[in-house]
Design a protein around this ligand. Structure first.
Ligand SMILES: Cc1cc2nc3c(=O)[nH]c(=O)nc-3n(C[C@H](O)[C@H](O)[C@H](O)COP(=O)(O)OP(=O)(O)OC[C@H]3O[C@@H](n4cnc5c(N)ncnc54)[C@H](O)[C@@H]3O)c2cc1C
Length: 414
């Protein structure tokens, strides 16, 4: 689609949030277009074919809180089969690298941590979640590692109150064809101007003017769905400035998470859907999913400072680290069976600049500040604006729908 001169509603970003907003406005009388900086839709949802027999979600992969996840019903409508098998991370340890008795001990320590966090949140404790660790507990580094997977950062950077606000129903499902593929199919009917990088939102006049890499567009309403790090860095500027939005975005930075996919020769010798992790007592470690969907591969996952360091170390560093770590757990013979296929680098991605948002200590209230509309003309969506499903794809989609409703409410009032 070419950039129009005027549109009723311009949506910035064709990730789950922008697509959710556009779909919700589809039956309205309003003209709507999504302006997307990339040459594809989906944003942080992106499925690739890493090899002819390996489908790989570089971004979101799990339908978290599946019983409350709006993409489950959408998958049904679009003919994407949903896989409801248990995820590997708790129940499916492979080999004896992390024996069951140790896992049980670790699970108890983790549960204790979450219980203390719940109690602290009930007291409205806005401090860092690291405060809820049991001092001296031997599992603390691994609990911190779990935080890097869930929050994209270590517990010293996470607000207790915000962490507790996340609604985890403990049901995590998947789609065989890829979550990114599902979200791309969901966005198929939407009008999207691709390769259209919005740099400024000028709301000084009656009509909002958007400066983009393809020229200028005027709109009555704008829905902003770009990741918080781009608002915080002022990669997209408001004129006149909106300092409360920039401050809120800075309180909700994106952490770092990255995935790597390795081909596994002789895969039949390994169980499908296994989890490989060592009781390493380090925070800087990967976690490995053996043969997801039975495919001949291993998927590695990294988070926090360690993921950032690996990204900075350059192309191939995630794969090299994974192979070293897996060889450390299973023996050197495995090295010749593992071959790098693909890896993500979300922190270095100019239109993401990280993986997903967490609230810094003292900043749990920033989600509501970021989500609030400005003058009934500029609306905000995106995973970081979700009060309970932040950091997820369905939270992003639902927030887009919420912003679309807000747009429609302003029309009803007019
Ligand atoms: C490694 C990783 C694993 C994850 N795992 C899961 C998981 O298992 N389950 C889950 O639910 N979630 C997961 N997530 C999070 C999930 O992918 C995101 O929360 C969700 O996709 C965010 O959607 P969004 O629409 O808010 O933002 P985005 O998807 O980032 O969409 C924003 C869009 O705005 C565009 N944009 C940015 N700047 C501009 C600009 N100036 N002009 C125009 N367009 C612009 C971007 O290109 C992008 O397409 C994961 C993410 C990562 C990185």
């Amino acid at each position: 689609m070419r950039l129009p001169f005027f549109i009723d509603v311009a949506i910035i970003g064709a990730g789950a949030a922008g697509l959710g907003a556009a779909r919700a406005l589809a039956d309205s009388p309003l003209s709507v277009a999504i302006l997307e900086a990339r040459d594809r839709i989906g944003g942080r949802a992106w499925t690739i074919q890493a090899a002819p027999d390996v489908t790989f979600d570089l971004g979101c992969g799990w339908l978290h809180s599946a019983d409350k996840n709006s993409f489950v019903a959408i998958a049904g409508q679009l003919g994407f089969a949903v896989n409801k098998e248990l995820p590997p991370w708790r129940e499916r340890a492979y080999g004896d690298t992390f024996p069951q008795s140790e896992r049980d001990d670790f699970a108890r320590a983790l549960d204790g941590f979450y219980e203390r966090a719940r109690e602290a949140a009930q007291q409205r404790d806005e401090g860092p979640a690291a405060r809820c660790l049991d001092p001296g507990n031997r599992w603390n580094p691994m609990i911190d590692a779990i935080s890097t997977y869930i929050n994209g950062c270590e517990l010293d950077s996470v607000s207790i109150l915000d962490m507790d606000a996340y609604e985890d129903t403990d049901l995590n499902w998947r789609v065989r064809r890829g979550y990114g593929a599902l979200i791309a199919a969901y966005g198929e009917p939407c009008a999207v101007v691709k390769n259209c990088n919005v740099t400024q939102i000028d709301h000084s006049d009656k009509r909002i003017r958007l400066n983009t890499s393809q020229g200028t567009l005027e709109a009555d309403k704008v829905i902003v769905t770009v990741p918080t790090n781009l608002i915080a860095d002022e990669a997209i500027r408001f004129s006149p400035p909106l300092p409360s939005k920039v401050d809120a975005a800075r309180g909700l930075p994106l952490g770092v998470n990255d995935k790597v996919m390795l081909a596994l020769e002789g895969a039949e010798a390994f169980p499908p859907e296994g989890n490989l992790r060592g009781a390493t007592m380090r925070t800087a470690m990967g976690t490995y999913h053996l043969r997801p969907f039975g495919q001949p591969c291993v998927e590695g996952f990294f988070g926090g400072r360690f993921a950032r360091e690996l990204e900075q170390a350059g192309d191939g560093a995630l794969a090299a680290q994974s192979i070293d770590e897996i060889a450390g757990l299973l023996g050197n013979d495995i090295r010749r069976k593992l071959h790098p296929l693909a890896e993500s680098r979300w922190a270095r991605d100019p239109f993401a600049r990280g993986a997903y948002s967490h609230a810094l200590p003292g900043h749990a209230g920033d989600r509501a500040i970021l989500a609030a509309p400005v003058d009934g003309r500029i609306f905000f969506a995106g995973e970081a604006t979700s009060p309970n499903f932040f950091s997820t794809a369905h939270g992003a989609r639902d927030s887009g729908e919420r912003a679309a409703r807000e747009v429609l409410q302003t029309l009803a009032k007019a």
